[in-house]
Design a protein around this ligand. Structure first.
Ligand code: NOJ
Length: 546
């Protein structure tokens, strides 16, 4: 049995500050706005907030390009506002995770400015500069945001590496002074009383660009162990690494407590199922439900004893889950959003809820590319237009996968701009805010919000949800997702219909029980007869078995 930790039964809520709540009516969300909504989050029952970056930034990539790690972005407020948010959250028993972007800085960070303007400065080696090869880029490494990962610095006639935008130069983790500066900065935030960290694309920091190695480089785990020992290792904090390239074996290296690295990682295998393997995220493959179940089962079983899972459907980089694996039509949006939440939240791991997910916010379809803001999406659009792709096809990919789907302002009520701001928001509001919003959710006992609230309560009151063994049932059924969780004498059974056709099936004979009761369902009149289970469209039921 693993040693119990406070974050084992915690639920995390992710805030994308730019789009959460605007307190000063400049159209951009801010820290005071977040503080004003803490009671709402308390009501939901979450324990931790993961704040996407709030540091000083020129916003080429909405804060993931940091120009000063120890200061706050002008549009979001001042350091006092951050301290106030920390205090007000702590007063409500809510911890705050800061987002650490350690793979790159902004090109407007002092280190990069020095590095660029003076070849002999010690900061030059904080980044990755290389001489041209035959007058061109040193190699074929590509940027995740389209084009080459190398940008020519004309003054010195050398290229610098940027795995993301050219305004996000990569840091050189081989440089020990640079690493120590980052560790000092992490300690600065620990001293301010944060509850932990989310580590942005942490699997890239061991890169070896000359060998075209980007993720899972040879020194990656050495670096993370060093960071752990010099910063959060002896504190009781939650740390979660973003690791697109993690397999279960790799995830165990990070999250096995004996390794002294991180509490857990985000892995994206379930999320990447709609991509054509080997192509980009924009090249869509049909969803494969059987595979989805297999992927969840694999991670639940592999990390059972020596690791810890994070559980999520959404974040600021991903389309809204109800528009993807659910059904965002008027008829089925609420049912399918609750079904998806049920299936995820009853698994073993720490659940993450992304702002708006708890009220069933959906993807958005802007008519024109002009309304989109995300650099990744805009770069892809330009690139594909230049390469002769059909505009309609490009927009189709954007509607399905664009990051702006998750970044439209939070829907608080049906007033102008969804109650997010009195000014025109930095990105357009999803027009469906008139019927999908917090106010409506709060007044309806059967809303999606209240379903999430109940799921969180169940996790808090039942050890079996936190620590029980996971056992997938009906692995090859084409529409039923079902599993049991078991711990000592406690047992729950989760059954869910992922589609809009009614399904009937018999309970697996191996499951014995004397008594059955319903803990939660997304229909008011779900049945208790397990000899013949009938699930209506998107019906999801949690049973306790005795
Ligand atoms: C991952 C973040 O989640 C994403 O939003 C960002 O663009 C990249 N890392 C670069 O920092």
């Amino acid at each position: 049995m693993i040693e119990k930790k406070w974050w084992h039964n915690s639920v995390v809520y992710q805030i994308y500050p730019r789009s959460f709540m605007d307190s000063n009516n400049d159209g951009i969300g801010d820290l005071k706005g977040i503080t004003s909504k803490l009671d709402y989050l308390k009501e939901l029952g979450i324990d931790v907030i993961w704040l996407s970056p709030v540091y000083k930034s020129p916003n080429d990539d909405n804060g993931y390009d940091i120009s000063d790690y120890k200061d706050i972005m002008d549009e979001f407020g001042k350091m006092e506002d951050m301290e106030r948010l920390l205090k007000e959250a702590n007063d409500r028993g809510i911890k705050i995770l800061m987002d650490l972007v350690l793979n790159h800085t902004s090109d407007e960070h002092e280190w990069f400015k020095e590095a660029k303007s003076n070849k002999d400065s010690k900061y030059r080696d904080y980044y990755v500069f290389r001489k041209p090869v035959e007058g061109k880029e040193p190699n074929d490494l590509g940027s995740i945001f389209s084009g080459s990962a190398w940008e020519l610095d004309e003054d010195s006639n050398e290229y610098y590496l940027h795995l993301f935008s050219k305004k996000q130069p990569d840091l050189n983790w081989e440089n020990e002074d640079m690493r120590n500066e980052l560790y000092n900065m992490i300690n600065f935030w620990i001293n301010k009383g944060v509850g932990g960290f989310r580590l942005d694309v942490i699997d890239l920091v061991g890169k070896q660009p000359d060998k075209c190695i980007t993720n899972n480089g040879p020194k990656l785990h050495e670096y993370i162990k060093e960071m752990n020992s010099k910063t959060f290792g002896d504190k009781d904090l939650l740390t979660v690494g973003e690791t697109w390239g993690a397999t279960p074996e790799i995830a165990k290296l990070y999250s096995n407590p004996d390794e002294n690295e991180l509490s857990m990682v985000f892995q994206f295998e379930h999320i990447s199922l709609d991509e054509i393997p080997g192509k980009s995220k924009w090249d869509l493959a049909p969803l494969d439900f059987i595979k989805l179940k297999k992927v969840f089962e694999k991670w639940q079983t592999e990390l059972k004893n020596d690791g810890w899972n994070s559980l999520f459907w959404n974040n600021h980089d991903l389309p809204r889950i109800v528009s993807r694996w659910g059904n965002d039509s008027n008829e089925y949006r609420e049912l399918s959003a609750k079904m998806l939440a049920t299936v995820l939240h009853m698994q073993k791991g720490t659940p993450y809820i992304y702002q708006g997910e708890e009220i069933g916010m959906t993807n958005v379809k802007f008519d024109t590319i002009k309304d989109y803001k995300d650099i990744e999406l805009l770069n892809m659009y330009k690139d594909r237009i230049a390469n002769g792709y059909d505009e309609k096809e490009i927009m189709k990919s954007i509607y399905a996968k664009g990051r702006d789907n998750a970044r439209t302002p939070m829907h608080w009520d049906e007033s102008e701009n969804a109650g997010f701001s009195k000014a025109n928001p930095w990105i357009k509001v999803n027009p469906n805010y008139k019927y999908i919003n917090v106010r409506k959710n709060l007044e309806n006992e059967n809303s999606i919000f209240n379903h999430y609230k109940k799921l969180i309560k169940i996790r808090k009151s039942m050890d079996v949800v936190v620590y029980g063994n996971f056992n997938l049932l009906y692995k090859n059924h084409k529409s039923i997702f079902a599993y049991t969780r078991e711990l000592n004498k406690e047992r729950i059974l989760v059954v869910a219909n992922f589609y809009d056709k009614k399904e009937e099936f018999m309970l697996d004979k191996s499951i014995k029980y004397n008594e059955v009761s319903i803990l939660l369902s997304n229909y008011s009149d779900s049945g208790k007869n397990l000899d013949k289970i009938t699930l209506r469209p998107y019906e999801a039921i949690i049973y306790t078995l005795k």
